[in-house]
Design a binder for this molecule. Structure first.
Ligand code: APR
Length: 313
């Protein structure tokens, strides 16, 4: 019996659960929220699509009852506050750090072996918090940001090239922040052709700039942060773990010397399989990309220091 728990039945958590269920990534999905009734209601609503969408996964919703999450193989943490227009992901740290810490303690009490996927923002810092505060092995903690940013990168590239996004390869590394992410345009290809051969320098720069503020653009339009792409990006990452697909996806993971960094969780390409993070893939970055990565790591590290000031780690 395979089991996934999603903590937080808000926009991102419920969407992620919905995509995972439609793909039958586990036998059972548990949706948990602190707000009375919301997880139960959303779970029931999703379950009532079973006859229409023909899936066999069961989903149940609970209000803060961690006994229902017992023996989960994988837990996705989305609980916390989302950003409002004008806010950065970093502005959320004070509230979300305490929520993520207490939620992780509860999860581990009932699912001590679970792989944990962190979505709550600022995501790299929340991933670092889970790793440090709960002293978990590095392979078990995966921060979801790069998969989303890469999907947005492909969206903007597909618009610029006027081709399907699914025919584009490209990824975003570094921190999951408006100024810290690094869309690696040099590695992006359309059916094997480098996009640098197909787009002008100005067009490439615009794709990179639009990708970096991709989340903020949606927050401005929606009045809160986005959910369809974050939910789907998380589900694709979870799929690689649950089905042991060994896909390479950029995720925020603990580095131990890779890319010249230590004691930090930040976005890099990794192989995801049944053990979680099975390998960190080291691309040969050029001098400019290396410098951007070091600068991004410095910014993430600055944010991580707030956790020590808050005494949560
Ligand atoms: N335990 C369980 N659920 C909680 C807790 C808690 N301690 N604290 C808050 N929640 C729940 C809220 O009740 C809410 O239903 O988390 C849910 C968050 O949902 P939304 O407000 O809709 O936020 P969402 O858009 O889903 O974003 C969640 O993901 O992308 C990030 O920046 C985003 O940090 C934010 C997180």
């Amino acid at each position: 019996m395979s089991k996934i728990t999603v903590i937080g039945a808000g926009n991102v958590g419920a969407t992620c659960a919905d995509v995972m269920i439609s793909r039958e990534l586990a036998d059972e999905v548990v949706l948990l929220d602190i707000k009375e009734g919301i997880a139960e209601g959303k779970a029931m609503d999703i379950m009532q699509t079973a006859a229409l969408r023909e899936f066999n996964t069961r989903i149940c919703g609970v209000t803060n009852d961690y006994t229902a999450t017992a023996n989960s193989d994988l837990v996705v943490i989305t609980s916390g506050i989302p950003r409002k227009p004008g806010m950065t992901r970093e502005d959320l740290i004070g509230t979300n750090a305490n929520i993520v810490k207490s939620v992780t303690d509860n999860i581990l009490q009932y699912s001590p072996e679970a792989i944990i996927v962190v979505i709550s923002n600022p995501m790299d810092t929340m991933t670092h918090l889970v790793l440090k505060a709960c002293k978990l092995q590095a392979n078990r903690v995966i921060g979801m940001g790069g998969a989303l940013d890469s999907s947005r990168f492909k969206y903007y590239l597909s618009k610029a090239l006027n081709v399907p996004a699914s025919e584009i390869n490209g990824f975003v590394i570094g921190g999951h922040g408006d100024t810290t992410m690094i869309p690696l345009i040099r590695f992006a290809t359309y059916n094997g052709i480098p996009v640098s051969e197909l787009l002008s320098k100005e067009a490439q720069d615009k794709v990179v700039a639009d990708t970096m503020v991709g989340g903020a653009t949606l927050t401005k339009l929606l009045g809160t942060s986005a959910w369809y792409a974050p939910g789907a990006a998380c589900a694709s990452l979870v799929e690689s773990v649950m089905r042991d697909q060994k896909r390479v996806l950029p995720c925020s993971v603990a580095l131990n010397g890779e890319y010249g960094q230590k004691d930090i969780a930040i976005g890099v390409p990794v192989v995801l399989g049944k053990s979680g993070v099975e390998k960190i893939v080291e691309y040969k970055l050029d001098g400019t990309e290396q410098a951007a990565f070091a600068k991004s790591a410095e910014a993430v590290r600055g944010m991580n220091n707030v956790l020590s000031d808050m005494k949560v780690i």
